[in-house]
Write a protein that binds this ligand. Structure first.
Ligand SMILES: *[C@@H]1O[C@H](CO)[C@@H](O)[C@H](O)[C@H]1NC(C)=O
Ligand SMILES: *[C@@H]1O[C@H](CO)[C@@H](O)[C@H](O)[C@H]1NC(C)=O
Ligand SMILES: *[C@@H]1O[C@H](CO)[C@@H](O)[C@H](O)[C@H]1NC(C)=O
Ligand SMILES: *[C@@H]1O[C@H](CO)[C@@H](O)[C@H](O)[C@H]1NC(C)=O
Length: 470
């Protein structure tokens, strides 16, 4: 009988096969990039109802289509589980990609997409994600935001798709409130897309529309790139900021269109090294630092550049607003090459910010220094320059260079002579022409380089203790 050679060959095959599989397992451990997702056990993530433990529903390697996780894409069915399932699958492989296909609408409730992931992860949005239509279908514990990315690193959201926050019902709540309606009023409104405690995130190409509150928010994050996105909600939608930064460093926001009911971009405490350019903003409230220092809080904002942008049909152009009674520092900001059109007040520093009819006067203030305005040009409807600094803590080194601001409807369009004038209160700095209106030229007090104003500089520098440098 010649069985034994056959057996030997068979045995040999088995040994080789076993060896190969061991090697490939080792290989997977050491070269994460080579993971073949469909070979991994993950039946728990497959859509329910599949008869056998199916492999990962990955169309091609590392790509996870929300449809293969059981999403309906009819705009009505709840596709939240499928979305989270696809995210988890993509998150577990290096270079994993979640795909939201074009031509379909996926209704997703408030979800958290959590990291850290194995490697880089992409969310490719070509279709539309919509929030629940009814306010009542939001659970009370999920009102902070709709789509929440938490603890992620190296995540990119891209594609020509849309995130639709369906905010219109939320915007009307304020009216219900004043009518003392018996309707259920949630205690807060959700932000559409939020990154929390994340690093190296990119959001590009997508549209974010009609958020109940802020459209895109980054907090406690480091390394943010926003490029070529569109944000859109109506001019009269309350508190619908475009992009909100808080405790976030190393940010670039560029080549984007933002139209909303509040600040196009709002920079809050703890933000530094932020570069904003080629932004088209309006309608809305403009690009704002603050409000800062509310309820005697400490605020630290530094190293901000806003340039090469256009702002139209807004409440302000570039603005810094702080409450009385705050502490901390705002320093080293540059606003340059900004085109404004029909902006109520293009240049604003308001250290008396107050959301009621009257706020108590207080002596402490967030100190403001090193603010350059260079080449701010266009038309305004209420006042060209409004720089109102704290009575006790003056603004230092405010530079106004090449500012040319004309009333939108010509001089006759303005109610009073005062509205045509630049206003500066307790602020020091220098000016350089051309300056229109000419009142900008004698608006600031002159700061002298040789310590001419040392006591007040001392006040400013004493505030630095609240914002330790990293
Ligand atoms: C961002 O990426 C760079 C380069 O890969 C890395 O050095 C840095 O630590 C990352 N930052 C965060 C917060 O992940
Ligand atoms: C900007 O995004 C759109 C999709 O919204 C895309 O078609 C276009 O190519 C992008 N432009 C650039 C320069 O990336
Ligand atoms: C001011 O901010 C810019 C932009 O972030 C930065 O490049 C520059 O070094 C800062 N200047 C100072 C004096 O800190
Ligand atoms: C607060 O200060 C402003 C400016 O100095 C002054 O006009 C105003 O009357 C003060 N308000 C109160 C409530 O003291």
């Amino acid at each position: 009988m010649n069985i034994s050679p056959l057996l030997a060959i068979l045995l040999g095959f088995i040994i080789v096969a076993a060896a190969i599989s061991t090697i490939s397992v080792e290989g997977r451990k050491h070269h994460v990039k080579k993971i073949k997702p469909k070979h991994r056990r993950h039946s728990r993530n497959t859509p329910t109802g599949s008869p056998a433990p199916a492999p990962y529903p990955s169309t091609h390697e590392g790509v996870f289509d929300i449809l293969s996780f059981g999403a309906k894409g009819d705009g009505v069915s709840d596709d939240s589980k499928a979305f989270v399932g696809a995210w988890k699958a993509a998150c577990e492989v290096a270079g994993g990609k979640v795909e939201i296909p074009a031509g379909k609408e996926f209704m997703v409730k408030a979800v958290t997409l959590q990291g850290p992931c194995t490697g880089e992860t992409v969310l490719q949005i070509e279709g539309t994600l919509v929030a629940p239509a009814k306010i009542g279908s939001w659970s009370k514990s999920s009102l902070f935001q709709w789509l929440n990315f938490k603890w992620v690193r190296h995540v990119t959201i891209q594609g020509s798709g849309i995130l639709d926050g369906r905010g219109s019902n939320w915007w009307n709540l304020d009216t219900y409130q004043t009518q003392r309606s018996k309707k259920y009023i949630p205690p807060m409104k959700p932000t559409a897309l939020r990154f929390y405690a994340s690093g190296n995130v990119t959001v590009r190409d997508i549209s974010i529309v009609n958020s109940p509150l802020c459209h895109l928010k980054f907090d406690d994050s480091d390394g943010v790139k926003v490029n070529n996105i569109t944000i859109s909600s109506p001019k009269n939608s309350p508190n619908t900021d475009g992009i909100h930064l808080q405790n976030t460093r190393n940010v670039e926001i560029q080549h984007s269109n933002i139209a909303c009911g509040d600040d196009c971009i709002s920079i809050q405490t703890g933000s530094s090294n932020v570069h904003i350019h080629h932004i088209n903003c309006g309608p809305g409230h403009g690009i704002s630092i603050g409000s800062l220092g509310k309820d005697k809080s400490v605020a630290c904002v530094s190293d901000i550049i806003v340039e090469d942008s256009s702002i139209q049909n807004t409440l302000s152009g570039v603005r810094i607003k702080t409450w009385q009674g705050g502490f901390g520092v705002v320093k080293n900001l540059t606003f340059s090459n900004i085109q404004v059109k029909d902006v109520e007040k293009p240049i604003v520093i308001d250290q008396f910010y107050c959301d009621k009819s009257k706020c108590k006067n207080q002596t402490s203030a967030v100190s403001i220094s090193g603010v350059k305005y260079n080449n701010i040009v266009g038309t305004f409807t209420a006042q060209p320059v409004h720089i109102a600094c704290s009575n006790n803590v003056p603004c230092m080194d405010v530079d106004l260079m090449d500012i040319r601001l004309r009333p939108s409807g010509g001089i006759r369009g303005l109610q009073t002579h005062q509205q045509q004038q630049a206003l500066c209160w307790n602020s020091y700095g220098k000016t350089q022409g051309p300056l229109v209106p000419s009142s900008i030229g004698y608006c600031l007090k002159k700061s002298t380089s040789s310590g001419g104003y040392s006591p007040k500089r001392l006040i400013a520098s004493s505030h630095e203790k609240y914002c330790p440098q990293p």
